[in-house]
Design a binder for this molecule. Structure first.
Ligand code: DQQ
Length: 471
């Protein structure tokens, strides 16, 4: 019965999405082919939820224009972490309701066979509830908002993005907030029924200079024998530490991704994997987003793991290998000093590359991606043992600097560097040695920007695959 309902809904969606309009028939060389995004307009913040073998991603969505206004909750589902089916929007603003100006971020949980979405209504910011029996059709709670007053002492209009979890018979919820001169805060609430909430105290307060003055999109979960707190302010930050007396003690901190990656949240799947998705932000102007007709991309899934030194490991799940097409043989290349050499046998704008760089290198070494043969357009990705950074930027050698993004990355003594790279038109996602991630955006009007090369000094071993589209 549920299957028939899903097929029917998928058909209805297909028809209504066709009415919404498909992408222009003009080829758009910047549009990704194996990352999820709606057919057009705006998406941001993912809210992952796993249920009975299915990966659900709710996400912030404006169905009307590629700009962040009157936000809905879009909904997509996958059985394999690779291919996604769009489902009807879960939530839309109710005129005259507490969410009249937008249904902002929150979370989905299940209690006694009923699914609950806790989310933030604006303006002013309040906390609201919707429920569903089937994850498809959602009914807003008629007592909304559940909460309309924030505790004293925190920045007004910084009280959003509920994240709830169960402990025994009780439910706990974080709401992101902050103190301008102190730092972001995750406010802790408690409930028996997901409707009546009591404010307890801040679970944790950060440091404004280290992880920002507000916590957006908090997420909190066990990983190995640690607890992890995620929060977003400019970047998505991770903290690993202890959870004692309903307070969090941060022991180690870092940035999940140094680039265009934000508002990341997780789910726990039936293989006990804690999987993270982020919103891949654009790096272009409002006018350019309007002209493109779309804005925002869902990251690839990233499997989190606890490292023995208390830091956070991040790696791509094996399911993504299903997207591999033509295999470019593994080869060793020695790039010229500061001169980029384009390869003849690896080309493409949708690629997976694994690059291994021996530990003995001392200079800058990296890749040229999405390059035209004349190198008038190119995206550079490099590691530099002296800078202790993984960097991506467009522009020209010797110092590409357009839309530069970076993340601290230092191989240990004798450690080989392994860059696991996913290039998908305007999206570049990189995992370095399973612990440092970097997302970059690179746009081009050229349809021949499919060259790959290496630059810098040293040696690198390259293996690559063409990637298939998911649509
Ligand atoms: N985006 C949402 C907010 C959240 C922010 C609005 C983070 O709820 O704090 O779309 O990107």
């Amino acid at each position: 019965m549920r299957m028939q309902l899903l097929i029917l809904l998928t058909l209805i969606c297909a028809i209504s999405f066709a009415e919404e309009g498909t992408m222009s028939t003009q080829p758009d060389p910047d549009r990704p082919i194996y990352h999820f995004q709606p057919p057009k307009n705006w998406m941001n913040d993912p809210k992952p939820f796993f249920w009975k073998g299915e990966y659900h991603i709710f996400h912030q969505y404006n169905p009307n224009e590629p700009l962040p206004r009157l936000i809905n909750w879009g909904h997509t589902v996958s059985k394999d972490l690779v291919h996604w089916t769009r489902l009807p929007n879960a939530l839309a603003p109710t005129p005259d309701g507490p969410d009249r100006d937008g249904c902002w971020t929150g979370c989905a949980v299940e209690k006694d066979g009923l699914f609950h979405i806790l989310y933030t209504g604006v303006h002013p910011q309040t906390q609201c509830l919707a429920t569903s029996k089937d994850l498809i059709s959602w009914e807003k709670y008629n007592g909304n908002p559940l909460l309309s007053t924030m505790p004293d002492g925190f920045m007004s209009e910084c009280w959003r993005d509920p994240c709830a979890w169960r402990e025994g018979d009780d439910w706990y919820m974080l709401i992101g907030s902050g103190k301008q001169d102190v730092g972001g805060t995750a406010l802790l609430y408690k409930s028996k029924n997901l409707i009546d909430w009591e404010y307890l105290h801040p679970l944790f307060t950060g440091d404004k200079d280290r992880d920002g003055y507000i916590f957006e999109c908090p997420d909190f979960f066990p990983l190995g024998d640690k607890r992890v707190l995620l929060d977003s302010c400019g970047h998505t930050f991770w903290h690993t530490g202890r959870y004692e007396d309903h307070r969090f003690i941060s022991e180690k901190q870092g940035i999940t991704d140094g680039g265009n990656f934000y508002a990341a949240k997780t789910l726990l799947d039936d293989k006990k994997r804690r999987i993270l998705w982020g919103w891949l932000t654009e790096a272009r102007s409002e006018d350019e987003m309007r002209a493109a007709g779309w804005s925002g991309v869902l990251s690839l899934p990233r499997v989190l793991s606890p490292k023995s030194d208390g830091t956070l490991g991040m790696s791509p799940p094996p399911e993504l290998t299903a997207l591999r097409g033509k295999h470019f043989r593994s080869r060793t290349v020695s790039p010229g000093q500061a001169v980029s050499s384009l390869l003849d046998d690896i080309r493409g704008e949708a690629l997976e590359l694994i690059v291994r760089i021996p530990s003995d290198g001392s200079g800058r070494i990296g890749l040229v991606l999405r390059a035209t043969t004349d190198l008038s357009e190119a995206l550079y990705l490099w590691v530099d043992p002296k800078e202790k950074q993984l960097v991506a930027a467009g522009g020209q050698l010797p110092e590409p600097s357009d839309r530069r993004v970076q993340i601290a990355f230092e191989p240990a003594k004798g450690e080989e560097i392994e860059l696991h790279i996913y290039l998908d038109h305007s999206v570049l996602e990189v995992f370095a040695n399973g612990r440092a991630c970097l997302t970059a955006r690179h746009y081009t009007k050229r349809t021949d920007a499919d060259r790959v090369g290496v630059f810098g000094s040293g040696k690198a071993n390259l293996e690559a695959w063409e990637m298939k589209g998911i649509w």
